[in-house]
Design a protein around this ligand. Structure first.
Ligand code: GLY
Length: 392
């Protein structure tokens, strides 16, 4: 027994160290976190004092574009600041994180515009509460979880993602899996038990309808609003209705891994493995950073999406912790680490702008945010670094 434990431990250490050494230099996680802190300090110097936060730096520019609390990405910048506070324990970051988090307070007194409340509120107030136990944050998270739940359609069994865009029915996008974390948390921290049931029902309905037989994800699923019947799968931000949009698959892997964590229902774990498998099998880039869509027509002359790599690397680190099969666990650890090393060595913005990463792609079909810096790439990159540091 002791020998078996020792052998597994040595094997794990070997895997953990793989990918840390390239060109003879060892990969220093702390150095990457320090880099993120340095970049974030530079960003703080240029943010206008008007309640906005940085979202994106267009390709070829060095200037951030800023957004207000209503933007779907408004929670990522405060989330990055909370992660920096967690990593450094430096009160400077707590002060800034609190300031930018509070800019999102109006979300607690308005109707749900769409499903993105989870991204907005859990990354900001949610991380803030986790680290400080500030009751004001908790109240806001609980209130907004109830707001998100108003978009649940019991006839369909999912939350409607974009009420403003009917697509001829009730629409749910795969990204919506990420917002369930807000509901799980609220149900376990004083909110209604119904929030838990809504989150589970959404995950089950999505698992049943949102994927092709090979476990690749549609971006958008359209349901009949009244009967709840599935009408069709299609894309919004991917190359085509039947293509595998990289970030969509990334949200799915992360989302179902998180749903397993919250429910401990093995069917969600099994599903997360299937989603990860197809992503890793179809990933052909040597540096493990995907093209923005796995079926984009001009590969290799297509933009990459560093955000998808950041999301998947963080998700695989969590998924590896639930994986008993040693070979699979090692594969997840090895590949997620290689993704983080790759992002760190070849995708950092450094002196080009003050984001952490370059080469993310937001909405290629709309010609928007192509091959640029985006706050959610930075957020999940920093999260992956922190997860990696904890494993080490
Ligand atoms: N949730 C929107 C996106 O991933 O671009």
């Amino acid at each position: 027994m002791i020998i078996r434990f020792f052998t597994s431990f040595v094997a794990l250490l070997l895997v953990v160290n793989q990918g840390y050494s390239q060109k003879g230099n060892s990969f220093d996680i702390q150095k990457q976190i320090d880099y993120c802190a340095k970049q974030a300090s530079k960003t703080l110097e240029v943010i206008p004092n008007d309640g906005t936060s940085p979202r994106t730096v267009p390709n070829g520019s060095s200037q951030w574009k800023f957004v207000n609390y209503k933007d779907w990405t408004s929670g990522f910048w405060p989330g990055e600041l909370w992660y920096l506070y967690e990593a450094t324990k430096d009160k400077k970051w707590e002060k800034e994180a609190d300031k930018f988090t509070r800019f999102l307070t109006p979300l607690s007194v308005i109707k749900a515009a769409d499903h993105d409340l989870g991204f907005q509120v859990f990354n900001s107030f949610g991380n803030g509460y986790r680290l400080t136990k500030n009751k004001e944050y908790k109240e806001i998270v609980l209130k907004i979880a109830d707001t998100l739940a108003t978009l649940f359609n019991p006839k369909v069994g999912t939350i409607q993602s974009w009420p403003h865009n009917k697509f001829g029915g009730h629409n749910t996008i795969i990204d919506n899996m990420m917002n369930l974390e807000l509901l799980f948390w609220a149900s376990k921290n004083g909110g209604s038990k119904t929030l838990y049931d809504i989150a589970v029902k959404h995950a089950e309905t999505t698992m049943k309808n949102h994927f092709r037989p090979d476990y690749t994800s549609y971006h958008v699923l359209i349901y009949d609003f009244e009967t709840g019947k599935k009408i069709k799968g299609q894309t919004a931000q991917g190359f085509s209705d039947e293509s595998m949009w990289a970030r969509g698959q990334a949200w799915a892997i992360y989302g179902f891994t998180m749903v397993y964590r919250e429910t401990k229902d093995p069917k969600f774990l099994d599903f997360a493995h299937k989603l990860a498998r197809v992503y890793l099998d179809k990933l052909t880039t040597e540096d493990l950073i995907p093209y923005w869509d796995f079926n984009a027509p001009n590969i290799p002359n297509e933009p990459r999406d560093a955000s998808a790599a950041a999301i998947v690397s963080s998700a695989l680190l969590e998924l590896s912790s639930y994986t008993k099969d040693k070979k699979l666990k090692n594969e997840y650890l090895e590949k997620s680490k290689k993704m983080v090393v790759s992002l760190s060595e070849n995708y950092q913005s450094r002196d080009i702008n003050s984001a952490f990463l370059l080469h993310a792609t937001g909405h290629k079909p709309a010609g928007s945010e192509i091959d640029c810096s985006i706050n959610y790439a930075d957020y999940y990159y920093l999260e992956a670094l922190l997860r990696l540091q904890k494993i080490k």
